[in-house]
Design a protein around this ligand. Structure first.
Ligand code: ADP
Ligand code: MG
Ligand code: MG
Length: 883
């Protein structure tokens, strides 16, 4: 095995494609050398050595020392110096570099090779004593800190005391003799702290630093970072050793960092900062205020401090040309680090620059226009989940924030409004034209109308999959959940946290992207859906195979979804229409009636409302497909709970409240999720399904006449486990379609299918497909029933499961492809075997999750359906899945 790869002088043993072996930094240093760019010579010790080191009780491969010596000699020849030489010493930097950039690893050590003797030689060679001793003191501090574990504050204290005693304020005030004195104090302190003197031998220094890099792969920070970012331990880190160049050799030297384009806007303009007479991390450390690279940026910022363009025009021009070369070569925006030594430019790092979603879109679209990348590449460059950032208002980053509390970032976007503590107040305020934030300890299905009326939702209990979080995401409303430090007093109508009390009517702002709860109205930025976003989405639409539909039942949601590009409705949950004000009473009458006649009377009141809902929905969808699911939830969810509600319903029904309480008790279920719900309702109370079918078909006829674009309704039967169940309900639907067609004197085009959400349905998909015309995978329930766990109760153990790695992902967020996915595959296969043209889709949370969407593409579903605000994400993810 080869353990060491050299680079420099226009060539390299490595290349950009060798990141696994050389780490990101090493591979790109090699690539830049191969491109003939000015890179100080150096070499990379491979990640293989790291792996070997940990597999062999912290020992190095026996050949390593010789390979390092040979590489050092080679670098010395290129640099015209010798490592460890007293008269003409080669100084190096030691830099860690994993495959993926990884904070938590060892910090870089600069100026290694300096000691009490070589510092004098460097001073003479450079003709600059101050520079040499400034470099030495930096080296002692860095090395002692990262290799010997002596905290910086010891050094900072010594330096500060020295400055105070001598009346200095800036580091640049110190002259060579000052640094000599400070260095003496540093060394004495190191000896006391470490119990041994600061190492003077260059080779001992070098191996100390190499050991520290490999050791840092297993430090606590690095381990945590790897766990959070799914980086395997087996990858290991590489070590880069590189000849030093000096940005601290006086006024013609400088060091800086730059992005080849603006990383927050994507504008095609060089963006960066530098410092004259400085080294390494000085620019980002904030010790001095850095200067802008370009004149344009300087003028825009109104800065008095001259730009690089002005002070070192030649080096600047070369730098601009190199940035162009790098972009053209890597075909992506680069983040680079450079140093200028006495007017000569050196490149020290390049990598793909991190950017905001907005910038990512602009860069991808622009680069496609510049001919650097293809459309497909542009599509693949955008992380679909990141689009979320663009679709909601966000808090102006420049705004001041007064933090009240912090909860979970449950649903993105930001909103401001008056605090209200119950849904009735939310609805009343909305009707009066005011904006509110609904604050609850937790929410339940009865809060739906309040959540609809509110601009955003804040809860003090519950996680990312709590009712509030799921519903808010579905509605595309900002939500902060589980803000545990907030105490809500419903009676007094106040919330208190961190010494701040807000009462009903006070203004609060929630940031669903960060989980922050802020006092007052905070300025926001509105989403921009045209321009680069629109163009990239157009490209994505052209290259995807699957259709993207939305889960929507309210006109507002349907409109948003159409605006976001939905191509139909994949799931319209009729029960959500039942919770609306003015309906819930009739629904309760229907449920509590104790015979069919009573139920039919109540249903007759619901029919016109339900029909009107569908007419509106069909008009908005304008001929696009709409899947409507028959009533699904257990009936008790609609029951009156408070005495007031019971009295109201009793009056409407003309019965005694006591009778209602008894009926409610009868409907109580031990396990409603697996209880009297779904098609089981339609089979036992066919009149409910009949009313819904009539509403659907009458609405289809009416909307078709109004718009001239008839909707073809897809009627969906929920929770089917057996073909007989489906057939019984389908017979009622078909009969109703025939009846309505006859009454209206027209034909009605429609289809009847089922939601596949029980394991048995997946297994029996062949039989079910004999009569069902479509399948829609209800993966929320299918996940619950496959795992045998209830989503509403899962928070307590799913969290620990995820932390301990028993589960890699929350199966309600990203589809469990191995288990639940296997059932989907079986159902697809068996369904298609019987009915080759059967229409297949997915609804439920997973329909908006990019990884799950990739799975849907792989099993060949016809469409995915997701909540309105995830439609653009799904369009992009579906395109990426089919490229
Ligand atoms: P990080 O991974 O934290 O960016 P680097 O290894 O890139 O750490 O080093 C940080 C900085 O140290 C570089 O940006 C550069 O300014 C400086 N540096 C590293 N190696 C050298 C070198 N050989 N000559 C001059 N400066 C260097
Ligand atoms: Mg760097
Ligand atoms: Mg379901």
């Amino acid at each position: 095995t080869k353990w060491v790869y050299t680079f420099g002088d226009g060539k390299a043993e490595g290349a950009a494609g060798m990141k696994n072996l050389l780490g990101g930094k090493g591979a790109n240093l090699a690539e830049m050398s191969n491109l003939g760019l000015p890179v100080p010579p150096g070499f990379t010790i491979t990640t293989g050595v790291c792996t070997y080191y940990y597999a062999n009780g912290n020992a190095y491969p026996p050949e390593l020392a010789a390979e390092v010596d040979a590489a050092l000699a080679h670098v010395g020849t290129l640099a015209g110096r010798r490592f460890g030489d007293d008269a003409n010493p080669l100084l190096v930097s030691v830099r860690s570099g994993a495959r993926a950039s990884m904070p938590g690893m060892m910090d870089t050590v600069l100026n290694l090779g300096l000691n009490d003797v070589t510092v004098a030689a460097v001073a003479t060679a450079a003709g600059d004593e101050r520079f040499a001793y400034d470099s030495y003191r930096r080296f002692i501090q860095m090395y002692s800190d990262v290799v010997m574990g002596i905290d910086h504050h010891h050094f900072e204290e010594i330096l500060q005391n020295y400055k105070d005693d001598n009346g200095y304020s800036l580091d640049t005030d110190l002259i060579a003799d000052d640094w000599k004195t400070v260095i003496g104090k540093y060394k004495a302190m190191v000896e006391t702290e470490a119990g041994k003197p600061f190492p003077q031998d260059a080779h001992e220094q070098l191996w100390g630093a190499i050991g520290a890099v490999f050791g840092s792969w297993m430090n606590a920070r690095a381990i945590t970072y790897r766990r959070l970012h799914d980086i395997p331990e087996s990858w290991g880190t590489a070590v880069n050793i590189q000849a030093m160049v000096f940005g601290n050799m006086g006024e013609t030297s400088a060091t800086g960092v730059a992005f080849t384009r603006n990383p927050s806007t994507g504008d095609k303009r060089l963006y960066g900062e530098f410092l004259v007479n400085a080294q390494g991390e000085d620019v980002v450390a904030g010790i001095r205020t850095p200067q802008d690279l370009t004149e344009v940026a300087r003028i825009e910022a109104g800065s008095e401090r001259p730009s690089l363009e002005a002070v070192m025009p030649e080096a600047f021009r070369e730098f601009v040309a190199i940035c162009d070369t790098l972009e053209a070569h890597y075909r992506d925006m680069q983040d680079v680090e450079f140093t200028i030594e006495r007017g000569k430019l050196w490149m020290l790092q390049t990598r793909s620059g991190k950017r905001t979603t907005k910038a990512a879109l602009k860069v991808a679209v622009d680069m496609c226009g510049e001919g650097l990348i293809t459309r497909d590449e542009a599509i693949l460059r955008i992380e679909p989940g990141g689009l979320d950032q663009l679709l909601h208002p966000t808090i102006d980053p420049a705004a001041e924030r007064v933090l009240v509390a912090k909860g979970l970032p449950a649903s993105p976007g930001a909103a401001s409004g008056e605090v209200v503590f119950n849904s009735e107040d939310a609805v009343a305020a909305k009707q009066a034209g005011r904006r509110v934030i609904l604050v609850r300890i937790e929410t339940s299905p009865e809060d739906i109308h309040g959540m609809h009326a509110a601009e955003g939702i804040l809860t003090t209990r519950g996680g990312m999959t709590s009712h509030a979080a799921v519903v808010a995401r579905g509605m595309g409303k900002p939500c902060v959940s589980g803000a545990g430090s907030i105490r809500v007093d419903y009676a007094a109508e106040t919330l208190t946290s961190g010494g701040i009390t807000l009462k009903k009517g006070d203004i609060v702002t929630i940031d669903g992207a960060s989980g922050q709860v802020l006092k007052g109205r905070v300025p926001m930025l509105q989403p921009e859906l045209s321009g680069d976003f629109a163009k990239l989405m157009e490209w994505a639409d052209a290259s995807r195979r699957m259709a993207v539909r939305t889960n929507a039942e309210t006109p507002a949601d349907a409109r948003v979804a159409v605006r976001f590009g939905a191509e139909g409705i994949g799931l319209s949950r009729t029960e959500h229409m039942f919770f609306d004000e003015g309906r819930i009473v009739a629904v309760r009458e229907m449920i509590l009636a104790d015979d069919e006649k009573g139920r039919r009377q109540a249903l007759a009141k619901l029919l016109p409302m339900q029909r009107a809902d569908f007419v509106e929905l069909f008009e908005i969808m304008h001929g696009l497909p709409v899947t409507i699911r028959l009533l699904d939830p257990p009936l008790h969810e609609f029951l009156p709970k408070t005495e007031e509600e019971i009295a109201e319903v009793a009056k409407g029904l003309g019965v005694h409240p006591q009778k209602l309480r008894e009926r409610a008790d009868e409907l109580h279920e031990f396990n409603p999720m697996l209880g009297f719900r779904g098609c089981r309702l339609a089979i036992n109370y066919p009149e409910i399904a009949e009313m819904q079918a009539r509403a659907i078909f009458e609405a289809a006829v009416e909307a078709g006449r109004k718009t001239g674009r008839p909707v073809v309704p897809e009627v969906m039967v929920p929770l089917v486990a057996m073909r007989q169940e489906f057939d019984l309900v389908k017979a009622r639907i078909d009969a109703m379609a025939a009846a309505v067609a006859k009454e209206k004197g027209t034909t009605i085009d429609y289809s009847v299918g089922t939601m596949i959400e029980l394991p048995r349905a997946c297994l029996m998909a062949g039989q079910i497909a004999e009569t069902a015309e479509f399948f829609s995978f209800g993966t929320n329930d299918l996940t619950q029933t496959t795992y045998g766990l209830s989503r509403d109760d899962a928070a307590q153990f799913l969290g620990p499961y995820l932390q301990r790695g028993i589960l890699e992902q929350d199966p309600f967020v990203s589809l469990d492809q191995a288990g639940v996915g296997e059932l989907v595959r079986i159902a697809v296969e068996r369904g298609r075997a019987v009915r080759p043209k059967i229409k297949l889709g997915i609804c439920g949370e997973h329909g908006g999750d990019p990884a799950s969407i990739r799975f849907c593409e792989s099993v060949g579903l016809d469409y995915v359906s997701c909540s309105p605000f995830r439609v653009p994400i799904a369009r992009l993810a579906a395109a990426q899945a089919s490229i």
